[in-house]
Ligand binder design. Structure first.
Ligand code: EPU
Length: 416
């Protein structure tokens, strides 16, 4: 199992290029199931989760070709309408095949995802929405069996805002008969990116970027070309790394307007952040100031940045309060950060972080993707060496993070 050995205390300076968004690429790859034509995709990040999704789709008969930074999908020969437990258990986003398969083929068998390190994460809203559209859904032997001769448009109000739930129902609605209205829809930029691809494929969607998506079903979708949006969480992670370790770094191929809430917090912490249309520069000198925040749905502060900004607060001046409202158990990094000398207490859904002048490197264990990123940030800010174990979590969602950080002066090595 690979590990990362980080020698902290180095200032970061130079340029980094941000990859395409994992959480946009995953639903966009699944949209390849909606058409018999070819989708040509640019800016698909090279990550473990993307590889897992490509493997799952290839097993279904979708042709997947990757060359010179372009991913080509062709759904002409899709014939296996099943997502097996072996793959779904490694990646919950596999549930995103359910809507497209059901809409185009009238049938799907998808394993229930099961437990997760950050919370219980049920998929009841995906099921409820598809049932409202006329699907017959049974849960048998750990699998969701869904059938519908033809999905019918309807009004769906989800009990809570769900990102992949919105994406699944949106994809299903594009090929349903009649009009579907998705109320309480997620407004995350990744949902918008998927909607823009679907429109390029011939879908009729209004209300993009709002919490009410109006879809008029069409008989078939066609091929299209699309470039995946920048990864706002990778962007935020690197901004945090610079804010914690100090330095002057320009991030290319990304957009500040995708993460206003995070940029605002980092400015409050003392970082100087400037940006153009496709770049962001962050400059940090001195010790950060502690910042309070509460995670919420977009455009609020993203849960996927909670752990990283917590790492920054660990070395900040002052005490901060962080409240996690999206997932029930997303504090697995707290004990590991405390191993580095941080002072964090948990009180229900709130973490109280007493900033300390310095962290001291130690061996720590990654527990999930964003927790891993927080440990890397803490390691960059700490004195001495931090060894981060189980970085397969990191590789699921970051494209060669250690290579990108090394290029701006971090001392970070992958140990096989
Ligand atoms: N929920 C339900 N029932 C459902 C669906 C969701 O109770 O049917 C609950 C969840 O348990 C959670 C809340 O609703 O408490 C929100 O979950 P959501 O469905 O929005 O999360 P997701 O779609 O499973 C995506 C991202 C996550 C990100 C969340 C929240 C993808 C592939 N994953 O997950 O990304 O944290 O939205 O923004 O888009 C990550 O990249 O590290 C990651 C975990």
């Amino acid at each position: 199992m690979d590990k990362l050995l980080i020698t902290g205390g180095k200032r970061l300076s130079g340029e980094m290029t941000v990859s395409g968004a994992k959480n946009a690429a995953l639903p966009i790859l699944c949209a390849g199931l909606l058409t018999a034509d070819t989708l040509t995709l640019a800016n698909v990040p090279k990550l473990q989760d993307v590889a897992t999704m490509q493997k799952l789709l290839a097993q279904m008969g979708l042709s997947v070709k990757v060359s010179e930074g372009v991913t080509e999908l062709c759904g002409r020969d899709v014939n296996r309408l099943e997502a097996p437990y072996e793959l779904v258990k490694t990646m919950r986003a596999s549930i995103l095949v359910l809507g497209p398969l059901l809409a185009r083929f009238g049938e799907a068998k998808v394993s229930l995802p099961g437990g997760c390190a950050i919370g219980s994460r049920p998929v009841d809203q995906h099921i409820k929405g598809l049932q409202a559209m006329g699907a017959d859904i049974r849960i048998e032997a750990g699998y969701i069996h869904a059938r519908a001769k033809k999905l019918k448009g309807t009004r769906v109000v989800t009990d809570m805002i769900t990102v992949t739930g919105t994406e699944n129902l949106l994809m299903a609605a594009t090929l349903a008969e009649g009009e579907t209205i998705l109320e309480n829809a997620a407004r995350e930029p990744e949902v918008t990116d998927l909607a823009n691809l679907l429109i390029a494929m011939g879908a009729r969607i209004e209300g993009i970027g709002s919490d009410r998506l109006h879809v008029r079903g069409v008989a078939a979708l066609h091929g299209a070309s699309h470039a995946v949006i920048a990864d706002r969480i990778e962007t935020g992670t690197f901004l945090c790394a610079v804010a914690a370790a100090g330095g002057d770094v320009t991030l290319r191929n990304t957009r500040a307007d995708l993460l206003d809430a995070v940029v605002d917090k980092l400015r409050e912490a003392g970082a100087v952040i400037t940006n153009g249309d496709d770049w962001i520069r962050v400059q940090m000198s001195g010790r950060p100031k502690a910042v309070n925040f509460r995670t919420t749905e977009y455009p609020g502060f993203p849960t996927d940045m909670q752990a990283q900004v917590m790492a920054l607060n660990c070395v900040a001046e002052g005490t901060s309060r962080i409240t996690e409202t999206i997932f029930e158990n997303r504090y697995m990094h707290v004990q590991e950060l405390n191993r580095l000398g941080a002072s964090i207490d948990i009180d229900g859904h709130t973490a109280i972080v007493n900033g300390v002048p310095r962290l001291i490197g130690a061996p720590v264990m990654a527990t999930d993707l964003r927790a891993s990123a927080s440990l890397v940030i803490a390691g960059l800010a700490a004195e001495g060496q931090t060894l981060v174990d189980r970085i397969y979590h990191l590789d699921r969602g970051y494209d060669r993070m250690e290579v990108k950080l090394t290029a701006v002066g971090a001392d970070i090595q992958r140990i096989k």
